[in-house]
Design a protein around this ligand. Structure first.
Ligand SMILES: [Zn+2]
Length: 206
């Protein structure tokens, strides 16, 4: 398993390439912008993108979805509760942050809590973690957890945007904190962390 982090788009969103190098397959998590850079990085891995996984539907996580899907044929996945937001320039925050033309995103498949996806020899499972948006999810793969805008190093995501909920966020963060053992956390913004570190230092986990 190889993970490449690319900081993309105007506000610096983490896009991750999750690769099974032996199978030469990749998943692109949150292609938020800079599609050419993402495609170049993909080419360098020698892997072909089989899937695009969205932790949630904010524009800064989805800006390059259409271009990457078009170039690679990768299938798009998002949580079922996020489908409405993916069609909305207002709820996706595109209209207030960026303006300009809006491309609605229609996933090829909807994700549900506990779903598993296979990428070569890798198995990913979906953790439904509403709060930052109602359809936010985290993606577990081995000892790695992609947390989107739910948990950051020392912080959590905003809960003041459309479809967000403080109550849901609290429950989701508690659920993540209660996972057994330790994980490397790859958030939607900022540096990586570990779950052990966040349990100890993130005030929202205490
Ligand atoms: Zn967000």
């Amino acid at each position: 398993m190889k993970i490449i982090r690319l900081e993309v788009g105007e506000i610096g969103t983490n896009c991750y390439l999750l690769c099974d190098e032996a199978a030469r397959l990749a998943a692109v998590i949150d292609p938020g912008g800079d599609s050419e850079r993402i495609l170049d990085a993909l080419r360098e891995t020698g892997c072909s993108a089989q899937m695009i996984l969205l932790t949630h539907g904010h524009f800064d996580h989805t800006g390059a979805v259409a271009a990457v899907a078009m170039a690679t044929g990768a299938k798009i996945y998002a949580h079922e509760e996020e489908l409405r937001l993916l069609l909305s320039p207002a709820a996706s925050m595109q209209s207030s942050f960026m303006g300009g033309p809006f491309t609605p995103i229609v996933p090829d498949a909807a994700l549900h809590d506990g779903d598993t996806l296979t990428l070569g020899a890798l198995t990913m499972s979906i953790l439904y973690t509403p709060g930052h948006t109602h359809g936010s999810c985290c993606i577990l793969c081995g000892s790695v957890l992609f947390t989107g805008d739910t948990v950051f190093q020392g912080d959590i995501g905003r809960t003041d945007l459309p479809t967000a909920s403080r109550t849901e966020m609290k429950a989701s963060v508690t659920r993540i904190a209660a996972l057994e053992g330790d994980y490397t956390l790859y958030p939607g913004h900022g540096p990586a962390s570990t779950l052990a570190n966040e349990r100890e230092n993130n005030v929202y986990m205490r």
